[in-house]
Design a protein around this ligand. Structure first.
Ligand code: NAD
Ligand code: DAU
Length: 334
């Protein structure tokens, strides 16, 4: 095991990145590089403050990336991205800048400074949508359907090219839908839970029968760590929870856990281009790296609901915009 790695974690103030930093800051020296977009929240890392270094910066800003990467790292884990499909339908440009250009800027700086490991955090959405049967494997052709997933696929192809052409040691993870604490309440699970806790309606797209494979964020972070340590350069590793559920079932389960009636579910107009089903074959990461998900969905969902119930203040500060002051207060706006 690599104990004293120095890792640059981009997007470490977002949902998955903040869990990764919390889980591994005792095992490695971590520098978080994050632009603090609306989705970046330093307050989510308050409990491990002082155990990582923070640099505010944009991955698409070449001089800023050069300055940080020149500090020397054993690895870069790139979580930084615009991540919400709905936002990509109305403002795709930011997705190309952060997700495609940002990844390229990072790859180039990492190559120049000979960073020996680069983990690109991608998504199962690059494979497109599945019919009722079948699963995504690592050799499923890329067929992204939204500007978000197209931008993530673009980044994956740049990673592939850097490995093929320059022998740059990049590894890609493609995971299914993550859930857990600290997720920005625009995504399905935190939106429904926080609305339900307040007795508000929960907007379910289309017929509610779109299927997602839910993966607890901590299980994903454990897989990312395994890939960081032992993944083979140039390879892709799918990561899934093995919890395929139609949205309607998940919505009902959340309302039950919150103690609200199913009548709060409101069927609304479908998301344009809405992918019908994702399901992932993660035999490769299991067989090669010995990872498997540990948190059963029903238990993970119960804990997640409980977290949002007991952390209403975090949600309130996100909703009011108050969370944005945390950086100014704790880092003096540096
Ligand atoms: P998030 O939106 O919660 O966080 C993204 C983070 O990146 C934020 O802290 C934001 O400030 C930062 N960021 C955005 N643009 C940046 C830029 N230009 N420069 C520097 N920082 C920037 O996202 P998440 O859900 O934590 O997702 C993290 C990664 O995992 C993304 O690459 C996403 O595509 C991928 N992913 C997410 C899921 C999921 O279910 N959430 C599943 C599979 C893959
Ligand atoms: O599969 C991995 C992807 O999962 C990640 O790459 C993305 O970053 C992440 O946002 C997520 O994308 P989805 O589009 O699947 O997640 P979202 O939470 O937006 O929606 C999950 C499902 O719930 C989807 O079928 C749309 C539906 N939905 C979503 C919202 C926000 C609703 O029915 N109502 C809603 O209000």
């Amino acid at each position: 095991m690599i104990l004293e790695m120095k890792i640059l974690v981009t997007g470490g103030c977002g949902f998955i990145g903040s869990h990764f930093v919390r889980m591994f800051c005792a095992r490695a020296q971590i520098v978080v590089f994050d632009a603090l977009t609306y989705a970046g929240n330093l307050e989510s890392l308050q409990d491990v403050e002082g155990k990582f270094r923070f640099v505010k910066g944009d991955v698409a800003d070449e001089p800023a990336v050069e300055a940080v990467v020149a500090g020397g790292f054993d690895a870069i884990v790139n979580f930084a991205a615009e991540s919400h499909v709905d936002r990509s339908l109305y403002g795709p440009m930011a997705f190309v800048r952060s997700n495609v250009q940002g990844t390229l800027v990072l790859l180039e700086a990492a190559r120049k400074h000979e960073v020996p490991r680069f983990v690109q955090i991608s998504t199962d959405e690059v494979y497109g949508s599945l019919p009722p049967e079948g699963v995504f494997t690592e050799s499923t052709p890329l067929a992204p359907n939204s500007p978000y997933s197209a931008s993530k696929a673009g980044a994956d192809l740049l990673c592939r090219a850097h490995h093929h052409t320059f022998g740059f040691p990049v590894v890609i993870t493609r995971s299914s839908n993550n859930y857990g604490a600290y997720q920005y309440p625009e995504k399905f699970i935190p939106l429904f839970v926080t609305n339900a806790l307040e007795g508000k309606e929960c907007p379910l797209y289309g017929d509610g029968m779109n299927v997602r494979d839910w993966l607890h964020v901590e299980d994903n972070c454990r897989a990312i760590w395994a890939v960081l340590e032992r993944g083979r350069p140039g390879e892709v590793y799918n990561i899934g929870g093995g919890n395929e559920r139609p949205n309607l079932d998940v919505a009902k389960a959340m309302l039950k856990l919150v103690g609200r009636p199913e009548s709060l579910i409101r069927f609304v107009k479908d998301r344009p281009g809405h992918d019908r089903r994702y399901a992932i074959d993660c035999a490769k990461v299991q067989d090669e790296l010995g990872w498997k998900p540990e948190i059963p969905f029903e238990e993970g969902l119960r804990q997640t609901v409980e977290w949002y119930r007991t952390n209403r203040a975090w949600v309130d500060r996100v909703r009011s915009g108050e969370y944005r002051k945390f950086y100014e207060m704790h880092y003096g706006g540096r």
